[in-house]
Ligand binder design. Structure first.
Ligand code: NAD
Length: 512
């Protein structure tokens, strides 16, 4: 069973998928899977619309995004219901991640894209500065394919889309088949805001549709999802020689130093591990706590987890597991850990009191690095705690992973913690906070090792939706080109003298 299942259709008819609520297990809808032909048509529409969209001033493009923001503000309750129906996440998480973060992103890029993407003068060095002037202009790449996952079904579809649009690209979005209608909110808001036809396009479907998009006539793919799919996307993009960003899975470590404020660190461990039912790419998946404070820390964590309310109605803190496939992974990791000697302090199984897909908020300890729960992405509501001798051991173990997305370090001495954080092989790191980087649009965000390729967000991310084209202008109207030929022994000698002057003398090196 899964939350998305194939439906039987008549021979020759389009493939359909059925959706089921993770909260109630009841059927909640169905949709047709877009074919490669549909994808081709969407990309063609995007291609056709792109030049006129790129020709609009930034302010005009921003108007559409800002209008969509107002629609999101007005319709947020309706949209939240769609997200809750498909994901079963806690309502507050839907508000935080799928509304608040979306508004922030839309406002941030619509307000700042012009400044970030305006042509930049390059300051040239040495003799080159006497000969040439240079600037860089940021040209949209063209059509961007956005492929998004189910865990942040609106924000992870919207964030790349808004950046690509503000940079002057048109977009074809393929949201996850687990949460298609949450992803479609992005399209609906922009369409209702009156964005010109063909600028924003959506194709609903599963992996086949996503694969078709990577093979279609697009100029860049912005992919967020698993490592396994990321590899396939990278290979498809390599075939076509187009760029892609790959935002992939993580196994974020948290280090609790001896001098950490244990109440704050325990709260951070619980939020980092349980938020969004643990389905958070930068969720805390492994906690290394220094032995001298481990007992006190564990006690505080268990106490907090005991207070967590899990539910499907009213106010609750921990929602459903979004789909059955993830439940299978969580359960398999738990079984493997317990079999190898781990100790469950609280939770550890499905919540039998609730009808839907619920895994109890869990604290597990006595873990080792040969367990799947430490080596693979678990993506569940699990606080996984390991004792370490000291901070150096914590660091070694934190880096003992094939992932490298986020990390966090907790200590009263934030300078020491920052120094430790710098030594973690991760895309980003936080001190005395759960991994927040994605929520800070100024910060470039991306994974190292198997957690991804390229960076999104901020100046780096926005410029990644453009080709940075340098324009070099000769200061002397090109006259020097007349001197290029013929090559002579005298010119070679002059060149040698110049090199000796520029890099063989103190003054020359200063000038160069
Ligand atoms: P997934 O890789 O299964 O699917 C992601 C998307 O890719 C879906 O839309 C899917 O239909 C599509 N897809 C599947 N096969 C494809 C193919 N061959 N070609 C193109 N597209 C294809 O991932 P998921 O299970 O939806 O998402 C969860 C994963 O995403 C987790 O590993 C999580 O850590 C990761 N994630 C990473 C970030 C980040 O920013 N690094 C953010 C959120 C989620």
């Amino acid at each position: 069973m899964a939350m998305v299942r194939p439906m039987s259709t008549l021979p020759g008819a389009r493939r359909k998928l059925e959706l089921f609520s993770p909260q109630t297990l009841a059927r909640i809808g169905e949709f047709e899977v877009a074919t490669a032909q549909d994808v081709k048509a969407a990309v063609e529409a995007a291609r056709k619309a792109q030049p006129a969209w790129a020709a609009l001033p930034f302010a005009k493009r921003a108007e559409y995004i800002q209008r969509a923001m107002q629609i999101l503000l007005q319709k947020q309750d309706e949209y939240i219901e769609i997200v809750l129906r498909e994901t079963g996440k806690a309502r507050s998480e839907a508000i935080m991640m799928e509304v608040y973060a979306c508004l922030d992103v839309m406002h941030y890029y619509s307000k700042r894209a012009e400044k970030i993407l305006k042509p930049r003068k390059l300051k040239l060095h040495g003799v080159m500065s006497l000969l040439k002037k240079a600037s860089v202009i940021y040209k949209p790449r063209g059509v961007v394919g956005v492929i998004s996952p189910w865990n942040g079904p609106v924000i992870l579809a919207l964030n790349p889309t808004i950046q690509a649009l503000m940079a002057g690209n048109t977009v074809v979005l393929k949201p996850s088949e687990v949460t298609p209608f949450s992803g479609k909110i992005v399209y609906d808001m922009l369409a209702e805001a009156g964005i010109p036809s063909g600028v924003m396009n959506i194709v609903l479907g599963d992996g086949e549709t996503g694969a078709a998009l990577t093979k279609a006539d697009v100029d860049k793919i912005a992919f967020t999802g698993s490592v396994a799919t990321g590899r396939k996307v990278a290979m498809a993009c390599a075939e076509k020689l187009i760029p892609c960003t790959l935002e992939l899975g993580g196994k974020d470590p948290m280090i609790v130093c001896e001098d950490a404020d244990l109440d704050i660190a325990a709260a951070g461990a619980v939020v980092g591990s349980l938020m969004n039912t643990g389905h958070y790419c930068c969720g805390t998946e492994r906690i290394y706590v220094v032995d001298s404070v481990a007992d006190a820390f564990l006690e505080k964590v268990v106490e907090r987890v005991k207070q967590m309310r899990q539910g499907d109605q009213g106010e609750y803190d921990v929602g459903a597991v979004f789909w059955e496939k993830q439940m299978d992974i969580i359960e398999a990791h738990m079984v493997d850990a317990v079999k190898k000697g781990a100790k469950v302090l609280i939770g550890g199984k499905r919540n039998a009191k609730l009808k839907g897909l619920y895994f109890e908020p869990t604290v597990i300890t006595d873990l080792t690095h040969d367990m799947d729960i430490i080596r693979e992405e678990t993506f569940g509501p699990i606080v996984a705690i390991l004792r370490v001798k000291d901070e150096e051991e914590a660091l070694r173990m934190a880096n003992d992973t094939r992932f490298g997305l986020g990390a966090n370090v907790w200590s009263r001495d934030s300078e020491k913690a920052s120094a430790l954080a710098c030594r973690i092989d991760s895309g980003s790191a936080c001190v005395n906070d759960m991994t927040m980087t994605f929520g800070v649009p100024e910060a470039p965000f991306g994974g190292r090792k198997e957690s991804g390729v390229g960076q999104v967000n901020g100046e780096t991310g926005l410029r990644g939706y453009c080709h940075a084209q340098p324009i070099i202008v000769d200061r002397h109207g090109g006259k020097m080109i007349l001197q290029h030929y013929p090559y002579t022994a005298k010119k070679d000698e002059d060149m040698k003298k110049a090199m000796q002057f520029f890099w063989g003398t103190t003054f020359g090196r200063w000038f160069s």
